[in-house]
Design a protein around this ligand. Structure first.
Ligand code: XIL
Length: 343
């Protein structure tokens, strides 16, 4: 059966690479093809999820996990001092629970999308907010969210710690403190460090590796690494690089989540770029399959229209599996093929 599936996927992929023809219907989905021990997820925008039927039903039938794309960010959920706005996050969590989706809570401590009131606080006040933010959010969802990106993007590309508002006011210990507090709020949750550009060897990878090794040595409750995969012309992925990085983090005993997968290419796109992009989607799936420790793959943005890429990276786009009309692209079929492979 698997062999037949593979044949069918190869056929569909080759059709769509050459002319992007609409495929014929079949019962294969990303969810059905993914190894049972892994979650296949996507980021969700609440404004889309609750107003766009196609968006919602595609996510429901194709994915076993979701990540709120913006609803849990501090500026959304904790916009003014002492005031929380849980509406969007609650709605997404409720929807995910009733549709049996695994939720990746994202992000607890990050330097971007923070509320402006943080700027006017002294060190002690910021420390207080830091603590109550972590405890409040992780506790609120303690019966629904068991995976959290606790610290997001704390490292610069040269391997130094990012001079975020958290580092400036709280010092480097903010990282370990965030994990300790989150563990206190929900001892059952798996806690992740999540960052981009870690999937190729280099100074950023080295530094993240050492940071986490040190946290583990100090018995800080950190359970996994989220490897964001915002691939783009300046950060291309090699298959060996991905394998090596997953291998190294696995050796530390960590769970590996490939998070925020999208592959931005220059637009309007060339056939060459689209082919390379589709191949990359394929080996992301197959490399993850080679590691029992790689337990989750999440796409960032369901389709090219809702993707964050065009508005954040000039001249880039077409980074997802579906075009703006929700048609499956060659990227979709190649990704399926990768997820299907078993070694
Ligand atoms: C992005 C969202 O997709 C956009 O809608 C928002 O405007 C900016 O943030 N790293 C992360 C994600 O951890 O939360 C970011 O998401 C993309 C980069």
């Amino acid at each position: 059966m698997r062999f037949l599936n593979l044949l069918l996927i190869s056929f569909l992929a080759s059709c769509s690479l050459s002319n992007n023809e609409p495929h014929f219907e079949k019962n294969l989905t990303l969810k059905s093809i993914t190894d049972n021990n892994k979650t296949i997820g996507v980021s969700v925008l609440s404004e889309q999820l609750f107003s766009n039927n196609n968006y919602q039903s595609f996510i429901n039938s194709e994915f076993s996990g979701i990540t709120p794309e913006n609803a849990m960010k501090m500026e959304t959920i904790n916009p003014t001092k002492g005031m929380y706005n849980f509406r969007d996050a609650d709605e997404i969590v409720r929807w995910a629970e009733s549709n049996k989706k695994v939720i990746r809570g994202h992000p607890i401590i990050w330097h971007r999308q923070v509320p402006s009131y943080l700027k006017n606080l002294d060190n002690n006040q910021l420390k207080e907010i830091f603590e109550s933010h972590i405890l409040t959010i992780v506790k609120r969802y303690q019966n629904s969210v068991f995976i959290w990106d606790i610290v997001n993007e704390a490292i610069n590309s040269d391997g130094t710690l990012r001079k975020s508002i958290w580092l400036k006011h709280l010092g480097p210990d903010y990282i370990k403190d965030a994990f300790i507090l989150a563990h206190h709020a929900n001892p059952k949750a798996k806690l992740f460090y999540n960052d981009y550009d870690l999937t190729m060897p280099g100074p950023k990878f080295d530094s993240a590796y050492e940071l986490i090794k040190d946290l583990l040595k100090k018995k800080i409750p950190i359970h996994g690494i989220g490897l964001q995969m915002h691939l783009r012309p300046e950060f291309k992925q090699s298959e060996e690089g991905l394998r090596l990085v997953i291998q190294k983090f696995s050796e530390l005993g960590l769970e590996i989540h490939l998070t925020e997968i999208d592959i931005a290419i220059p637009t309007p796109s060339s056939l060459n770029d689209r082919e390379e992009q589709a191949r990359t989607f394929q080996f992301i799936g197959s490399v993850c399959n080679q590691f029992p420790s790689c337990t989750s793959l999440s796409l960032w943005g369901l389709n090219d229209t809702v993707s964050w890429i065009p508005s954040h990276f000039k001249g880039l786009g077409e980074a997802t599996l579906l075009d703006g009309n929700m048609n499956k692209k060659s990227t979709y079929y190649e990704f399926l093929k990768g997820l299907e492979s078993r070694n």
